[in-house]
Ligand binder design. Structure first.
Ligand SMILES: Cc1cc2nc3c(=O)[nH]c(=O)nc-3n(C[C@H](O)[C@H](O)[C@H](O)COP(=O)(O)OP(=O)(O)OC[C@H]3O[C@@H](n4cnc5c(N)ncnc54)[C@H](O)[C@@H]3O)c2cc1C
Length: 407
């Protein structure tokens, strides 16, 4: 059996590892247009010089040799012929028995002014982007970052570390609005400002000023003009699925998959950002493992869509969010804070729908369990913040800990 995996991110690498564990004699091929395996979460550390090509690699040392996996780096897949079980690549075609699409996502650069064409405007998705940013940063003084989500803040952090003058423009009124509330976000904004960063929140970019083919300023609808030598655009991503046009594999915005992460073709699976179920690392890992098991004949479903978990850490301040971040009408929000910690819980129908912890982020497994399993906590007569593992006791027939809280 020949398993081919397109993509060497967390979904692809963990799928390859899982298949090897289950099928010692099967052929496994991993294809990537990247030269090196790398963690996208570490790209800011590459830009700031804290890591290099080797130390952003998240796979085990000598992974491909040890696991006997054929590694095809710097190979771009340009098409798939699902009926013929053939992959079309820029460096020759190949066949498969089972295929995993784990191609992640691409940065979106909006068509504003010269943004798409200018050689000093970058997305931040691949090591290749980080290498270009680091290269240009050597001579750049002023950098504008468009977008204050996780990726934009990563970029801002890296460039502040390099001593650049950094301005961040964001449409929302706080930074990292998807990951946390305004209070928790404010703690990061303050730390970034203390490091010299300027924020333009609640503002929209409407144009660019240019000199030759370079963008030299970012224009805001408010009338402000931000001078720059380099721009990083971090306004979102799009699943990397363009090469599937005409392949026979169904695509909407992302690859369409069922609960087994199988596409409309029974021998083709998708996992990670390309499958569009979530856009975070731990879920890409789980999806890669799930798809791999199914490629080896198991019958496993992926059911972790609702327990979204994200950790942020800048300037020594950690924040963890699990579940939803924005309360809806009828939800009950509780907050507890002291000098070092901020906690916010969103309750719905006596269950925890979302938890945000800033400062001390221990016990994430406990909170994840509460959110994912929609545990009814109404019988515990104390603040939800004080519930601990001690409030559930006993073991079930299989020897697993079990919640003794009425449903
Ligand atoms: C700057 C940044 C910071 C982030 N920080 C965090 C964080 O702190 N926490 C978190 O949970 N998540 C974070 N993420 C998101 C996380 O990195 C992604 O969710 C995760 O990498 C998705 O994994 P994946 O395996 O689906 O795809 P990717 O990691 O994107 O890998 C895709 C692979 O597919 C290959 N590929 C794509 N198209 C082709 C093609 N046509 N032919 C051949 N190969 C192809 C690529 O070369 C690559 O090897 C961050 C992302 C970025 C960009």
């Amino acid at each position: 059996m020949r398993h081919v995996i397109i993509g060497a991110g967390p979904a692809g690498i963990n799928a390859a590892k899982t298949i090897r564990g289950m099928r010692p004699d099967d052929e496994i091929v991993v294809i990537s247009k990247d030269k090196y395996v790398h963690s996208r979460c570490m790209l800011h550390k590459y830009i700031s010089g804290e890591r290099n090509e080797r130390t952003v690699d998240f796979a085990d040392e000598n992974f491909f040799e040890t696991e006997r996996i054929e590694w095809k780096s710097e190979v771009a897949v340009t098409g798939i012929d699902a009926a013929g079980k053939k992959i079309i690549c820029d460096k020759g075609d190949m066949t498969y028995d089972k295929l995993l699409i784990a191609t992640g996502a691409d940065s979106v650069i909006p068509p504003i002014g010269a943004m798409r064409a200018a050689p000093n405007v970058f997305g931040l998705r691949n090591l290749d982007d980080a290498q270009k940013i680091r290269g240009l940063a050597a001579n750049a003084k002023k950098v504008v970052i468009v977008g204050a989500g996780l990726v934009g803040m990563d970029a801002a952090y890296a460039l502040l570390e390099l001593g650049k003058t950094v301005s961040v423009v964001e449409m929302m009124t706080c930074v990292m609005a998807i990951n946390m509330d305004a209070y928790a976000a404010g703690a990061y904004q303050k730390r970034f400002e203390d490091a010299g960063c300027s924020f333009y929140l609640g503002k929209k970019v409407c144009g660019t000023g240019t000199s030759g083919d370079l963008v030299t300023s970012i224009e805001l609808e408010s009338g402000e003009s931000l001078e720059c030598d380099m721009v990083i655009v971090a306004v979102g991503v799009r699943p990397s699925v363009g090469f599937l046009a005409g392949s026979g594999i169904e695509v909407e915005r992302s690859v369409k998959v069922d609960a087994h992460l199988r596409t409309n073709d029974p021998d083709v699976y998708a996992a990670g950002d390309a499958a569009g179920l979530s856009g975070i690392w731990p879920n890409a890992v789980k999806q890669g493992v799930t798809a791999a098991k199914n490629m080896c004949g198991e019958n496993v479903t992926y059911d972790d869509i609702y327990a979204l978990k994200n950790t942020v850490n800048f300037f020594g301040l950690a924040t963890l969010s699990i579940g939803i971040n924005a309360p809806e009408d009828g939800d009950h929000v509780e907050i507890r804070e002291d000098r070092r910690n901020y906690k916010r819980v969103i309750m719905r129908n006596k269950t925890v729908k979302g938890i945000l912890l800033q400062g001390d982020i221990r016990y994430s497994g406990f909170w994840q369990h509460l959110v994912k399993n929609e545990i009814n906590v109404s019988d515990i007569k104390k603040s939800v913040f004080d519930i601990t593992y001690g409030d559930f006791y006993g073991v079930d027939a299989r020897g697993q800990y079990e919640w003794r809280v009425s449903a």
